[in-house]
Design a protein around this ligand. Structure first.
Ligand SMILES: C[S@@+](CC[C@H](N)C(=O)[O-])C[C@H]1O[C@@H](n2cnc3c(N)ncnc32)[C@H](O)[C@@H]1O
Ligand SMILES: [Zn+2]
Ligand SMILES: [Zn+2]
Ligand SMILES: [Zn+2]
Length: 272
């Protein structure tokens, strides 16, 4: 993975991928470590690139996860379903696959795109934000939201501490429904994180988060554009879109400063 971004603040440690949170004696923590240490065994035996009909990684899907961008064949975008982002689970080719590094099913694993800048937002209360200096087509991968993968109890504790100390909250809870089970992943990039930690919430976002797996069962929280983005635009996603447990009361919720026409006034609030 190539990721040459850095943090200006020396107290934040740059990690290019998510890492396990601090050691805990709990079954939940052991499961996180087991997941970090396990290798997904499904893989393909393709030579060079993977084609949907021949590749074991794509055969269940019957299509491809990504397609070359029409205007620049060197760029990949999501294989949109009738123009919309599909709800297919994305599994990329991994270290066990024999295809080349140039295979079209390797996108998120290659790291963030170039041309991302961390800048102060116009509204100072929103703090820093992430901006793209380039035009980005719909379906383009931007970067991961990488940080410490922590347990639910650690997430609740950190969330309460942040609220008590009036600190910004960076913890993202991703919920996945798989074979009747609910999987919850808590990622906190506040102290250890990548460039994705600077992405602010918007009620009319231009990006969304899609879980993408490569080598391990731990999903990468991959940020993709959900519309074309003009140069020098702030990258945003909807903090509430991947967790449906929003409460309707406004207790403990912060005012949303996204400035969009359809702003909901309050930031999404998660019940962990
Ligand atoms: C993941 S961080 C985003 C980067 C952050 N702005 C910074 O300066 O590092 C999330 C925090 O940013 C702030 N934030 C993000 N989107 C916001 C919005 N639409 N309105 C107000 N504050 C926002 C909130 O304090 C939130 O807890
Ligand atoms: Zn491949
Ligand atoms: Zn493969
Ligand atoms: Zn808003």
């Amino acid at each position: 993975m190539i990721d040459n971004y850095t943090h200006e603040n020396n107290n934040i440690i740059y990690v290019i991928e998510s890492i396990p949170g601090p050691k805990e004696s709990s079954q939940e923590y052991d499961e996180i470590i087991n997941n970090f240490n396990s290798q997904l065994t499904d893989h393909c035996l393709c030579q060079q690139s993977c084609l949907k009909n021949e590749c074991r990684c794509l055969e269940k899907l019957k299509t491809t996860n990504y397609v070359p961008y029409i205007k620049n064949k060197h760029m990949s975008v999501l294989n949109l379903d009738n123009g919309e982002l599909s709800s297919n689970i994305i599994i990329e080719c991994n270290d066990l696959c024999s295809c080349s590094n140039e295979c079209g099913n390797r996108v998120v694993q290659k790291g963030p795109i170039e041309g991302l800048n961390i800048k102060k937002c116009q509204d100072e209360a929103k703090g820093l934000g992430l901006f793209s200096e380039c035009h980005l087509p719909k379906g383009m991968f931007v970067c991961e939201y990488a940080g410490e993968v922590i347990t639910k109890s650690e997430a609740i504790m950190r969330h309460q501490m942040n609220a008590a100390q009036n600190k910004m909250n960076y913890i993202l809870c991703l919920q996945e429904h798989s074979a009747g089970n609910l999987l919850q992943w808590f990622v906190d990039p506040s102290k250890f994180g990548n460039i994705g930690r600077y992405i602010n919430h918007s009620c009319e976002p231009n990006c969304c988060i899609i879980p993408v797996r490569v080598n391990t069962p731990i999903p990468k929280l991959a940020i993709f554009t959900c519309s074309d983005i003009l140069p020098n635009t702030e990258i945003t996603f909807d903090y509430g879109s991947f967790n449906n447990d929003n409460i309707s009361e406004n207790i403990n919720r912060s005012k949303c400063l996204c400035n969009s026409k359809n702003c909901m006034e309050w930031m999404p609030y998660h019940v962990y």
